[in-house]
Write a protein that binds this ligand. Structure first.
Ligand code: AR6
Length: 179
């Protein structure tokens, strides 16, 4: 399942699948502030990419919530992994939306700064961190779309959604935004 839309001169796509198989220049990891690996997509990326990614993470030392850092992609097809840290969702009144937007924006800025042309995101914060899927999808998509409207260097932003529930939540939000 894939849905593609054109935003300005670039493409935004939604696909259901496993982000560790992506061939975009970078894939984004939903990491934690210590960059020490964990469950979910973080665990999957480190398993598939091999130990060199963790070595680089250890040297970087950590990443604040809403920020992003970059390592190489190890054994992954993607050349880079951008590690960002989304907020833990509590009640929605603790700055979660702003931090989730920032996690996406800082990842995109880092990709631009490195001259990357394509980037894949998972549904950051929607697993272990408990962010409601529909709300998170709206923030992720709006941030990506606004970025593509203002920057033409990134040619492809793809959201790789794990399971049809996440895919359908993103699809619904995308339709609401572009209609
Ligand atoms: N490809 C794409 N998406 C995936 C994959 C995959 N291989 N595996 C899981 N997802 P989560 P968070 C989806 O929990 O909520 C870790 O322990 C998953 O279904 O990975 O930001 C970190 O170390 C969900 O929709 O990340 C942190 O401590 C989405 O990815 C913490 O979890 C995000 O779920 C971060 O929590």
């Amino acid at each position: 399942m894939e849905t593609k839309v054109k935003i300005n001169r670039s493409e935004l796509s939604l696909v259901e699948g496993d982000i560790t198989n992506e061939e975009t220049d970078a894939i984004v990891n939903a990491a934690n502030t210590r960059l020490m690996g964990g469950a979910g997509v973080d665990g999957a990326i480190h398993r598939a990419g091999g130990p060199s990614i963790m070595e680089e993470c250890r040297k970087i030392g950590g990443c604040p919530i809403g920020q992003a850092v970059i390592t190489t992609g190890g054994n992954l097809k993607a050349r880079y992994v951008i590690h960002t840290v989304g907020p833990i969702y509590k009640d929605g009144n603790r700055g979660e939306a702003k931090l989730l937007k920032s996690a996406h924006l800082e990842s995109l800025k880092l990709a631009s700064a490195r001259g990357l042309k394509s980037i894949s995101f998972p549904a950051i914060s929607t697993g272990v961190y408990g962010y409601p899927l529909g709300e998170a999808a709206g923030i992720a998509l709006k941030t990506a779309i606004d970025y593509l409207k203002e920057h033409t260097d990134i040619e492809l932003i793809r959201f790789v959604l794990f399971g049809d529930k996440a895919y359908n939540a993103f699809l619904e939000e995308l339709k609401a935004i572009i209609d």
